[in-house]
Design a protein around this ligand. Structure first.
Ligand SMILES: [Mg+2]
Length: 266
């Protein structure tokens, strides 16, 4: 009987040992700009198509891109610590990607991307790794939020976004990134949220502003309606930002002029 139980436990023991070794593995070579895919865990559950919705006919494409109100769009998509069925409190930002999109051409000009080491719940849950593809070794070897946020602001200055009078707007898929996650993280890190991150363009709301004025369930739905194929992994922050930027361009090609449509309620 004991040998049967041992045989049943053995694969689990092997799995736990491997997992522990993998989770504590250190990456000794520091990377100036982490490659989003270098340490990614392969996600088996991603099947295409990601969204099966009813067909929707969007407003047709126009001849010329309309003039936008902003010099730059900053497409942002945080990933944060999480668990299921009971979520973590507080959730902490673990991936911070921002794409700088030229407001006139809707082309990408630059990218800020950093992983972030959580401090309240430093150990990622299996649920979080499965959802985001981010493994423990990546966050263990990343800077904490205050340093990442400082690096982000330095990048904004280097890119002539801050302190130049340039008009810019953050673009997110949904409100939580800037309405919930950033304020919460800033509270944990005891830093203040800059005023320019207290308003944003929620691309889902923008999507509703064009014909046939339909609320999209998620990013996959918007991609499908825009007839764009999904690139990369869903819930990888940088891949999500890339896909949001593609939807942004597609809506602009359909004649949409973006305005702020999300604000931090005080
Ligand atoms: Mg995401």
């Amino acid at each position: 009987m004991n040998s049967i139980i041992f045989a049943l436990l053995k694969p689990n023991l092997a799995f736990t040992t491997c997992k522990r070794l993998f989770a504590t593995a250190k990456f000794h070579t520091p990377r100036a700009e982490p490659d989003a895919h270098a340490f990614k865990k392969h996600k088996k559950h991603k099947k295409f198509p990601l969204y099966e919705g009813k067909p929707l006919q969007l407003a047709p494409k126009v001849q010329e891109l309309p003039k936008q109100k902003f010099d730059y769009f900053l497409v942002l998509d945080f990933e944060a610590t999480c668990d299921s069925p009971v979520n973590l409190d507080p959730q902490e930002i673990i991936e911070f990607p921002v794409l700088k999109i030229n407001g006139a051409t809707l082309e990408r000009e630059s990218k800020f991307h950093s992983y972030v080491k959580p401090v309240v719940n430093p150990e990622l849950t299996d649920f979080c790794t499965e959802l985001t593809g981010i493994i423990q070794g990546v966050v263990d070897n990343s800077p904490e939020f205050p340093e990442v946020f400082k690096n982000f602001q330095t990048w904004m200055k280097e890119e002539q976004i801050l302190d130049t009078g340039a008009q810019f707007a953050f673009v997110t898929c949904g409100d939580p990134d800037l309405d919930y996650l950033l304020p919460l993280q800033c509270q944990v890190s005891e830093i203040s949220v800059p005023d320019y991150m207290k308003q944003w363009i929620n691309i889902k709301r923008s999507f509703c502003e064009i014909r046939p004025y339909t609320w999209p369930d998620n990013l996959s739905a918007m991609l499908k309606y825009c007839e764009l194929e999904h690139i990369g992994d869903l819930h990888s922050g940088v891949d999500d930002a890339i896909n949001i930027a593609r939807v942004l361009r597609d809506l602009a090609e359909r004649g949409h002029v973006f305005t702020h449509n999300g604000w931090k309620k005080t």
